[in-house]
Design a protein around this ligand. Structure first.
Ligand code: SIN
Length: 483
């Protein structure tokens, strides 16, 4: 990894209680570059023992960290933020190497990820309680907010930096301590964040990272250990449900950011060029591997042909290749499992009458070119599953009522988008969509200042924004009698 200047950022061991530790049994696993499938580095493969140790360390450190003033915690977070930006070039290379996204996108992710740290470093100063008018004249009532305790964060590979900071920054700001289990595909970015967290001055035990290939074993310890008081998870709905069940035994608070099946609706009064641009942005960020990727594009009959023509031209411009090459716009998918899923969805659609454009595309290792499916039906797998790849499925619709019904007819409810200019309809549609987030005439909705999260089977809780820190705090009510 010659491209990384600050070699301190390249770590191979777990970070527990302020120390870099190997797995007790000496086991390691390989981190693979999804572009060429070469081994980047072997990393400690931790299990239950190391997880337990990290949780104990986080529990001990909680006693110290929670007593620091908000101002004090804020200043450590600000230092971490500054160090991440100082090391952005190296962090971006590391991210691209292990995740595959183009360097420019990796840089954007690091800026996005760091913005959560900056936001919560400020937000912690405003975790106010209340003075409540009492129900009796001889008492006074007040509330305070207190950190919940040890937080276990299980994070995905699609945003190896931002999905950590979006959980960990509010937790640490609130006064909680954290044990992070990064995805086995992308542990290097998590360990680099730990290096910088240590340099920023978080006390030992406040920030712990457990790389592992054994997600089941580590997840079971995180969800069953009574010292963990909160679980925050981003990943599939199936795994989220399992973790939620496991957390029930010790009644842990949970935040779950799960799968999506985002509708992207284009009404006949939309600015078509803007809608194409927005759809490409919402679909092809991270090669379509985001929970908020446009999964089902619904275009009103009268503009369908015009939209399709422009959309085809737009995807022809998307250069696929090595994320380290500055010309690349779409990097590889994460692994062969992802390739197989996309192939299955396309096969099922084609077998049932969908039309593919272009037909002569070539999949090389993990590189999947952008393709479009038309003539798609609501019964096809592609309509009902999260694609997580560079395939756009374009449907036709006639009326507002019909498209709302189609958009809401899913167990998911994370992000949704629509383009149109009629103000009355904008209000109606925005209110009718059963989703946690609605992009109106935009395909880019992610920011630290707004609440990110879903309804229905897309999750519980909100990340980012003023609501994000509440997830890591408990409200305590105090009733003061006369002395
Ligand atoms: C995700 O895919 O889970 C996160 C996407 C984002 O934060 O924009």
């Amino acid at each position: 990894m010659k491209q990384v200047e600050n070699q301190n950022l390249i770590q191979q061991n777990a970070f527990v209680n302020g120390e870099w530790i190997t797995a007790k049994n000496g086991a390691t696993f390989d981190v693979i570059n999804p572009f060429d499938t070469t081994i980047i580095k072997a990393v400690a493969d931790c299990g239950k023992t190391e997880t337990k140790e990290a949780i104990q360390a986080a529990h001990d450190a909680f006693e110290v960290w929670k007593k620091r003033t908000a101002n004090d915690r804020s200043s450590v977070l600000h230092k971490w933020y500054a160090l991440i930006l100082k090391n952005i070039d190296d962090l971006a290379v590391l991210l691209t190497l292990e995740q595959g996204k183009p360097l420019a996108e990796a840089r954007s992710e690091i800026i996005y990820g760091a913005s959560f740290i900056q936001w919560f470093a400020e937000e912690v100063r405003r975790t106010f309680g209340d003075i409540i008018p009492p129900h009796r004249s001889d008492v006074r009532i007040m509330t305070i907010k207190q950190p919940i305790g040890v937080v276990a964060a299980i994070t995905p590979w699609n945003f190896p930096v931002a999905m950590i900071t979006r959980k960990v920054a509010p937790a640490l700001a609130a006064g909680c301590t954290v044990v992070i289990k990064p995805s086995e595909e992308t542990p290097l970015s998590a360990l680099a964040l730990a290096t910088l967290a240590e340099e920023a001055g978080f006390p030992k035990g406040v920030f712990n990272v457990i790389p592992t290939l054994n997600a089941k074993e580590v997840g079971e310890e995180m969800t069953s250990n009574p010292l963990v008081r909160k679980l925050s998870f981003t990943g599939s709905t199936a795994v989220g449900k399992l973790l939620m069940r496991q957390c029930a035994a010790t009644v842990k608070k949970v935040s779950l950011e799960l799968g999506g099946n985002a509708p992207f609706i284009v009404f006949d009064d939309a600015d078509i060029d803007a809608a194409v641009k927005g759809a490409i942005a919402a679909k092809y960020r991270n090669a379509g591997q985001t929970c908020i990727s446009a999964n089902r594009i619904y275009v009103q009959y009268s503009i369908h042909e015009g939209f399709l023509e422009k959309y085809k031209k737009a995807i022809d411009q998307l250069v696929i290749g090595n994320g380290l090459d500055p010309a690349t716009i779409i990097g590889p998918l994460i692994n062969q499992k992802a390739i197989k899923k996309v192939n299955r969805l396309i096969k099922n659609a084609e077998e049932n009458g969908a039309i593919l454009h272009p037909t002569n595309y070539i999949v090389e290792q993990n590189l999947y070119p952008p393709v479009i499916l038309t003539n798609v039906e609501l019964t096809m797998q592609i309509h009902n599953e999260e694609i997580f790849g560079p395939v756009t499925a374009i449907y036709k619709f006639s009326t507002e009522e019909e498209v709302i019904q189609m958009a809401n007819n899913t167990p998911y409810g994370l992000a949704s988008y629509f383009y149109g200019r009629d103000y009355a309809r904008i209000w109606r549609v925005a209110e009718a969509l059963e989703y946690g987030m609605v992009g109106i005439n935009t395909g880019a909705i992610s920011t630290a200042v707004a609440p990110f999260g879903g309804v229905k089977e897309s999750g519980i809780g909100r990340e980012g924004s003023t609501y994000g820190i509440e997830e890591y705090m408990e409200v305590k009510y105090m009733c003061w009698g006369e002395v």
